[in-house]
Design a protein around this ligand. Sequence first.
Ligand code: SF4
Length: 359
Amino acid sequence: MAITHRKDTRPVKVGDVTIGGADKVVIQSMTTTKTHDVEATVAEIKRLEEAGCQVVRVACPDDRAADAIPEIKKRINIPLVVDIHFDYRKALKAIEGGADKIRINPGNIGKREKVEAVVNAAKEKGIPIRIGVNAGSLERHILEKYGYPTADGMVESALHHIKILEDLDFHDIIVSLKASDVHLAIEAYEKAAQAFSYPIHLGITESGTLYAGTIKSAAGLGAILSKGIGNTLRISLSADPVEEVKAAKELLKSFGLAANAATLISCPTCGRIEIDLISIANEVEEYIQTIQAPIKVAVLGCAVNGPGEAREADIGIAGARGEGLLFRHGEIIRKVPEDIMVEELKKEVDKLAEEHYEK
Ligand code: SF4
């Protein structure tokens, strides 16, 4: 069952983005600014949008943050998720202020009237609620039952919160089960995919810095994605959140789950190298970041094995002495002088992207 879980989940709308019900995974990130600082928060969200972030979350730790939601919402183009802990009044304020989704655990809100108030407000605005289970903060009764955070305990916690919403006839639910331990996260997500069909938000929490955290997240989330589980994800890094989006995009590209992103293929270089491949590969990688078409671009150090090694590339360049060989699907199409070969490659990429956009 788990292998087809991604498509079998209930589609849930977050603004104009649908999470679930399809074999595509939505990229999320979270701002690092103080939410009440509207200028800084909007500026960061704009950078995230440009990098390819599809849904953005802001923390809502105080009233000043909740009050800033309408202004932030007005000035950004992607759906806005507001993250609230416990306080139902902030949840109501965020919903009233235009949040496209809220993240709150209904079991932590308190009295039934408060839960009902939040659920009714979300229903009225047609926005979903994300339940965020975290291995580090499981409910006391679950910890007492299992002794320590386990995958079964995490799923039980999710089901506990889900039931509260279902009992109020609320079904626009998205669920995350984050853990910092990769094995625990994988097991929890697998079990969750068997236990319910609400869309699943993936994440490895507190995964670390840019380099280590990216590898840890890719290892854990890759294992989960490969089983057909996961409808949206955030790679959490102790870094500029734009890096989270870039890492998420690369991860999804390697599973063929990023709908419209260009991919770079570049060789590791060896003694046959004829061009300054590393700097060229970095330049081309930067260039294709904003291309929204599924094009594969190759940059190879030499022509000996080059074009053949990258047969799947839609366009590529292989170094030769003093020149570059432009090739498509393994066939050389023309030679270009070394000093203009990167520019020529970029032009070819643009042409392919145009063809894709016109389709
Ligand atoms: Fe070496 Fe050429 Fe292969 Fe690059 S493409 S690894 S330079 S043989």
